[in-house]
Design a protein around this ligand. Structure first.
Ligand code: MOS
Length: 733
């Protein structure tokens, strides 16, 4: 059951996708295009002593082989979007397992694949740190403008004096994003100008990085990503394969396509770091938190830095008087981790919300009630929340789920021979926004075209931006088209950090206003126009017409105005900067999740049998695509709770589960019916469109809700994800 706020508009690109007409990056066929297949390292650390490419070069159809010995020189640190340092065949150093060491280019993909298997690499192994527990740790007080270390009051003292306290360590494993569409790049040079078809969450950040790496002005680089089959953060940066494809296209004088295989997706395109998190909570007898300590250790690579900021949401959800938040990093001989759906909040909420559940049992307070008692009006830095509907989320999802049927006693409920458990957890995620631009146009036939170079990574961006443009211009939806995914379009940020709809939506709104203002200028002295002399704010637009508010008959159509003035089109543009609302308000989305599980008492297998989520994410533009976001977040969160785990052989640093047979993700049979609820929320401060972004909040807290349900079912607390039968049985004995 869902409450309807925005209409449930079908995806405007749905037909293109189901008929195969939507072209993804790997599906372009350019004249003379060659196929590149990467050869990856098999050791986590060391040097390349030699690469024998003779057999590969002699194989049928091979055009050439790129290695560190012949590759063009570029700047692997080039400062641009997504700012990863890229091992791109510039030296003989091996920094991690599955680092690219060569690219074999041939006239067909099959021949390139075959020849790649003939490349022989000799290595000198170096020492490797493969366990986070063995790594040298360093502190990260702030990163990307975020404060990651905070101390307020006397957290240790308050913990020691607390009426009730819990203090435990939780761990989350490495997870790989695994979007259905693997990373893919086609690169083509026209003289010194580079065009790249790239499976990307942001063509402009991609362009900035490629320009910096190749030492080009950004205007000489074009990045195109019209359709993207999922990203989850992994496509928010340019990775080595894209640079190497462009280097090969230059070297061999023809377009080169590089598509990663599924095992290669576990190499150089990022992953969610493992975390070790200490969460300590102290509370009064009534459950009010007096102390919160959240200390996170995560991993980065030997040559680059990425922080998994797991503690951030603690200061948002329950800002207590005494707070300690720290983040430390350990350097491993591994690839650099990156953003993964709700980076920080996702892993952090497992630890924090498991700890809150433990506190609820220790204090003998209902877990929902404990969270209601600790609801807040201000964040840890004292800013008031622009809106905070956490209570409404708990009530809406709790009622739909039937929380009142829960017997609070662990291991007290059964479904036949299965142990039945119910768990709750909540989450928050920042409402982000970045500068964006948009262009809108109405043609003489009354149709509208709107443009901004964002990405639709499967979220429904094409659809909600078409809806927004149609609404703001007053043109019917079916006469409105939206173009995105190309650096020739107006600037837009990454589809990342749940920021795209707020950013581009605000720009579209302003561009539409600019267009209406231009129309009014046209008719300012037009005696034939009923709109003559009207002010912008006096007008409404609908059905392809502009008219006076409250007087629909007093107005005329865009078509009539353009015809009378002999114009082919009228255009509006905008540059929408983020305002300073974020300085004055704490702006976040909130979520409450309820899970029911059944656990086999003999085998330790866990099945999620029911799930209810309520999300407060500001205005929901499209009930249908929004609900799909909830489904996706819950499915991914259930995977996080029970299945997902990248296994590394600690002896040799090799990833052992680099395929979807051993890296488990949920299948249909693992997923119950999901009740998806959007809590109505109007936030006048967050941005002009009133949206908070919902791509990430939907996963925050899901894994903890499942883990808490498993505890309620069994009386066994598993503090390490994923909750496998082995771990559940081992912890129980
Ligand atoms: Mo999202 S993990 O910020 O692409």
């Amino acid at each position: 059951m869902s409450s309807l706020i925005g209409p449930a508009v079908d995806r405007v690109d749905g037909r293109l996708k189901v008929t195969g007409a939507a072209k993804y990056s790997a599906e372009y066929a350019l004249p003379g295009m060659a196929y590149g297949v990467l050869v990856l390292s098999t050791i986590p650390s060391g040097r390349i002593l030699g690469i024998d490419t003779s057999a590969a070069r002699a194989a049928d159809g091979v055009i050439g082989v790129l290695t560190h010995e012949n590759a063009p020189r570029v700047d692997p640190r080039g400062k641009g979007g997504g700012d990863r340092t890229l091992p791109v065949l510039q030296d003989d150093l091996v920094r991690y397992d599955r680092q690219p060491v060569a690219l074999v280019v041939a006239d067909t993909f099959e021949r390139a694949t075959d020849a790649a298997s003939l490349v022989r690499v000799r290595y000198a192994r170096g020492p490797a740190t493969t366990r986070l527990a063995d790594a040298q740790l360093y502190t990260v007080p702030n990163d990307m403008g975020r404060v990651l270390d905070l101390r307020a009051g006397d957290p240790e003292g308050a913990l020691a004096r607390a009426h009730v306290a819990v203090d435990h360590t939780y761990t989350t494993p490495i997870e790989h994003h695994n979007p259905m569409e693997p990373h893919a790049t086609i690169a083509r040079w026209d003289g010194d100008k580079l065009t790249v078809y790239e499976s990307s969450q942001g063509v402009f950040t991609g362009r900035a990085k490629l320009a910096a790496v190749f030492g080009l002005p950004p205007s000489d680089v074009r990045v195109i990503a019209r359709f993207v089959g999922g990203g989850f953060g992994s496509k928010g940066s340019i990775w080595p394969h894209a640079v190497i494809a462009a280097m090969a296209a230059k070297q061999f004088g023809r377009p080169v396509k590089v598509v990663l295989s599924r095992p290669q997706m576990f190499g150089s395109v990022g992953y969610r770091s493992q975390t070790i998190q200490r969460v300590a909570l102290g509370a009064n007898a009534d459950g009010t938190l007096t102390s919160l300590i959240h200390q996170t250790t995560s991993q980065t690579s030997t040559f680059d830095q990425f922080v998994e900021p797991s503690g951030l949401l603690s200061a948002v959800l329950y800002p207590p008087p005494n707070l300690l938040m720290t983040h430390r990093l350990g350097r491993l001989n591994a690839a650099t981790p990156t953003f993964t759906r709700a980076p920080g909040e996702s892993s952090g909420s497992f630890a924090l919300e498991s700890a809150m559940d433990e506190l609820a049992y220790a204090a003998r307070i209902d877990p929902v009630e404990l969270r209601l008692r600790n609801d807040a009006t201000h964040d840890a830095e004292g800013r008031p929340f622009s809106s905070r509907s956490l209570r409404a989320c708990l009530h809406a999802a709790g009622d739909a789920f039937g929380w009142e049927r829960r017997n609070p006693q662990p291991r007290s409920m059964r479904a036949g021979r299965m142990l039945l458990g119910m768990g709750v957890a909540v989450g928050s995620y920042p409402a982000n926004r970045s500068p964006a631009s948009a262009r809108v146009r109405i043609d003489a036939d009354g149709s509208a075209l709107a443009q901004s170079g964002g990405a639709d990574i499967g979220t429904g961006a094409y659809t909600v931006f078409t809806q927004l443009a149609a609404e703001e211009l007053g043109v019917p939806l079916e006469r409105t088209r939206f173009e995105l995914g190309d650096t020739r379009l107006p600037n837009a940020p990454n589809a990342g950090g749940s920021r795209l709809t707020a950013s581009v939506g605000s720009a579209v709104k302003l561009a539409a206003r600019d267009l209406r203002a231009k129309v009014l200028t046209l008719v300012a002295n037009d005696v034939a126009s009923p709109l003559r002399g009207a002010s912008l704010d006096a007008l409404d637009a609908r059905g392809g017409r502009l008219f006076f508010k409250g007087d629909p008959d007093r107005g005329e159509s865009y078509v009539a105005i353009l015809r009378r003035h002999r114009l082919g089109a009228v255009e509006g543009t905008s540059d929408a900067a983020a305002d300073d609302a974020a300085k004055r308000w704490a702006m976040h989305s909130f979520a409450a999740h309820f899970a029911e599980v059944q656990v086999d008492p003999d085998l330790g297998t866990v099945r999620v049998t029911r799930f209810a989520s309520a999300i407060a994410g500001g205005r929901i533009l499209n009930q249908k695509t929004g609900t799909s976001q909830i489904y996706g977040g819950v499915v991914m969160g259930i995977g996080m709770a029970l299945l997902e785990h990248t296994r590394v052989d600690e002896r040799n640093g090799r990833i052992m589960s680099a395929n979807l047979a051993e890296y488990l993700v949920p299948v249909h049979a693992d997923i119950p019916e999901i009740t998806a609820i959007f809590v109505p929320e109007e936030d006048p401060y967050v941005n002009a469109v009133g949206v908070k972004g919902i791509g990430e909040i939907v996963i925050v807290g899901v894994a903890a809700a499942v883990a808490n349900a498993v505890y309620h079912a069994t009386g066994t607390r598993v503090r390490d994800l994923p909750i496998t039968p082995e771990r559940l049985l081992a912890s129980a004995s």
